[in-house]
Design a protein around this ligand. Structure first.
Ligand code: GLA
Length: 387
């Protein structure tokens, strides 16, 4: 008999916390991973991002437990945590995404009493597909339902981002949590990360397909240079602001000023990426509307080049994959997410992926000793209750 995810999570909760007989009903929720078509590393510089949710998800089973403590079980790590303290866990780091949400919710005056939660998922971890943001948003959404917080999906995204920023310690922007909270099937979201205004755009290119290649280089944003990039963007913005006091963010800077405000070489490169991305986002949205996959693909390569050379968040392995795809006349490819490894998003004519990938995989294995993986996906919906 094949058990459903719900049955597996319910059984695990019963086994981990045997006094399962009390009257609180168990409810099920799930939250997706995400891709981002364009607008990378601009969500903490006021830029526009263009992400979508994918059909890889985190699944959660949650109920009130009528106790003081939180009892959390990770199916994937086969590990549990029973606690009523909201201290960062150095040993069970998987629990911090959940503890962080509780801690930030309480700071905002939202009521969180004792609960039991078990979770599992099929979003590859450390692959740049936002598995951790999915746990945060899934938890925030589930708790908002069982404790009747009455907050919007946008507020759930902001709460989850605070958990990542203030509890987990990665100073991420709003993109991942926002798309996971608000996504719709078949659509990308164009999100202005300054105003948080957003709109949905259908991702429909008949005869063409997107897929992902996992470089299998695991990134860990906490230890990576992610927070450094954010500081560099902030210091460049400060210098530009001295010259242009009304400047809200780096995305709005005038390119003409980059040479005259005393930016370091590094700050200048970071700013050039942000401003380059500003026009690439516009172009991609236009190409999508005009159904021009060739134009769109070129922008993906340009974005990768800028992330590698100007923003310096790529690595040898992901560069190798992107260059290899380019040499095989694949329409477009680029690293996505935080970088330093993870996945590459590929756009090509339908039906070519099998042969392109198998050749690439061999060369990649020979060069780096790593087994790249291909993931096909569908654009999916945001966090939801699975009834
Ligand atoms: C990570 C962060 C996001 C965003 C991307 C890069 O996924 O969590 O906020 O900055 O990197 O675009």
């Amino acid at each position: 008999m094949v058990l459903s995810v719900k049955e597996i999570l319910a059984q695990s909760l019963k086994a981990a916390f045997p006094d399962f007989s009390d009257p609180f009903p168990l409810r099920f929720f799930s939250a997706p991973g995400r891709i981002n078509l364009i607008g990378e590393h601009v969500d903490y510089a006021g830029g526009t991002v263009f992400p979508a949710a994918i059909d890889f998800r985190v699944f959660l089973a949650v109920r009130k437990n009528g106790r003081e403590d939180f009892r959390i079980y990770s199916q994937d790590f086969q590990s549990e945590l029973i606690t009523n303290s909201l201290a960062y866990s150095e040993t069970k780091t998987w629990a911090n995404y959940i503890l962080g949400v509780i801690s930030e919710a309480r700071k905002k005056g939202l009521s969180v009493q004792g609960f039991d939660l078990a979770f599992t998922g099929n979003i590859p971890q450390g692959a740049g597909l936002s598995s951790s943001a999915a746990v945060e948003v899934g938890t925030a959404f589930a708790l908002s339902q069982i404790f009747s917080w009455g907050i919007s999906r946008e507020e759930i995204a902001l709460l989850s981002q605070s958990a990542e920023n203030h509890f987990v310690g990665v100073n991420c922007g709003i993109m991942d949590q926002f798309v996971i909270a608000t996504a719709k099937p078949s659509s990308c979201i164009s999100l202005d990360t300054e105003s948080l205004e957003y709109s949905y755009h259908s991702l429909d290119l008949p005869g063409f397909e997107f897929y992902l290649i996992d470089s299998k280089v695991k990134h860990n944003l906490k230890e990576s240079e992610y927070n450094d990039r954010r500081r560099e963007v902030e210091s460049a913005t400060e210098k530009l602001r001295k010259f242009d006091p009304g400047l809200k963010n780096l995305n709005e800077a005038d390119p003409e000023n980059l040479n005259s405000v005393g930016l370091t070489e590094t700050e200048k490169k970071r700013a050039e990426h942000i401003l380059g991305e500003r026009s690439r986002v516009r172009n991609v949205i236009r190409y999508l509307k005009e159904k021009d996959p060739v134009g769109l693909g070129k922008e993906l390569y340009l974005c990768h080049q800028s992330l590698a050379e100007k923003f310096q968040v790529s690595c040898e392995e992901t560069d190798f994959i992107v260059n290899n795809l380019h040499a095989r006349n694949v329409l477009g490819a680029r690293m996505i997410g935080g970088g330093f490894g993870g996945c590459i998003l590929v756009l090509d004519k339908e039906g070519r992926s099998e042969s392109v990938f198998s050749e690439l995989q061999k060369e990649y294995l020979r060069t780096f000793g790593l087994e790249a993986k291909i993931y096909r996906f569908r654009i999916s919906e945001g966090v939801r209750e699975d009834t």
